[in-house]
Design a protein around this ligand. Structure first.
Ligand SMILES: Nc1ncnc2c1ncn2[C@@H]1O[C@H](COP(=O)(O)OP(=O)(O)OP(=O)(O)O)[C@@H](O)[C@H]1O
Length: 255
């Protein structure tokens, strides 16, 4: 297997005046191409800090990230990042929001219009292409953000609790869509969550983090795919893995 991201001994300190806060300490991980890795951890354990470093938006205090074998020094179109917050432009329709990355990249208008329409259909928003973000539900805005991120052409996708604020029904729907998209494209996904069920339903591998990003467990998820949420949750192996992950999280809380 080919490594897409090699994370080597990352440490991140935030300096405010004389006080330094360590958010991540000596974090190392290798992400293989085409895998779906979920990163599970309690609030404050450094998950967002880690994704910010992987995206290239933030620089480590120590350590480095190799992206396809080369040191990663800043944001690149090859890595898409879906943050927790909504970053759609309120004055642009869904269509024009999704076209934006391609506009910046200088792609001709007819080409980017067609590509955006296809992505919008992929995330199930074809009937809302001409709507403005304020006219959409929270779930629809997430879908639009996802389509816009895919418009960058990124093959490696970082997602920071993307469905955290949604109701259970919508969350299940989007989880299904994301899995369908991942199966169709073969992209590499690093998905951060604090939800044990979500981590298990989605991932090939779940990495459980403790304080300062300490890896408590790196667990392969050998559940059959496709994973229908309702059926998977009652699978004996799911129940067993769920208990294993909860145990690891509890151990982390005692550290
Ligand atoms: N810009 C910053 N300045 C100072 N401290 C920060 C900054 N960003 C994060 N931290 C600290 O780093 C630690 C890790 O934060 P981070 O947001 O990475 O955690 P998280 O696991 O993503 O949490 P959550 O699940 O709540 O989003 C926290 O103690 C936080 O207070």
């Amino acid at each position: 297997m080919t490594a897409v991201l090699e994370i080597e001994h990352l440490t991140k300190e935030f300096q405010r005046g004389d006080v330094a806060t360590v958010a991540l300490r000596d974090f190392s991980l290798t992400i293989e191409q085409g895998t779906f890795v979920t990163v599970l951890g309690r609030s404050g354990c450094g998950k967002s800090t880690m994704l910010n470093l992987l995206s290239g938006l933030s620089k480590p205090t120590n350590g480095r990230v190799l992206h396809r074998g080369s040191p990663h020094t800043g944001p690149t179109p090859g890595i898409g990042y879906l943050t927790q917050s909504d970053t759609l432009m309120p004055w642009r329709t869904v269509q024009r929001n999704v076209e934006m990355p391609m506009e910046i990249a200088g792609r001709p208008k007819p080409e980017r219009q067609a590509a955006a329409a296809e992505l919008i259909a992929t995330v199930g928003l074809a009937d809302f292409a001409d709507s403005y973000p304020r006219e959409l539900s929270g779930g629809m805005r997430r879908r639009a953000s996802l389509a816009r991120m895919l418009a960058n052409g990124a093959e490696t996708i970082l997602m920071d609790e993307p469905f955290g604020a949604l109701d259970a029904q919508l969350r299940s729907e989007l989880q299904r869509e994301l899995l369908r998209l991942w199966t169709a494209t073969g992209h590499t996904i690093v998905f951060v969550t604090h939800d044990v069920e979500e981590a298990l339903l989605l991932g090939d591998r779940v990495v459980v983090l403790g304080p300062l990003g300490a890896i408590l467990l790196d667990q392969e998820i050998d559940l059959p795919r496709p994973r229908d949420p309702d059926e998977t949750k009652i699978h004996p192996r799911f129940v067993e893995l769920h208990a294993t992950l909860v145990r690891a999280l509890k151990e982390g809380a005692r550290r």
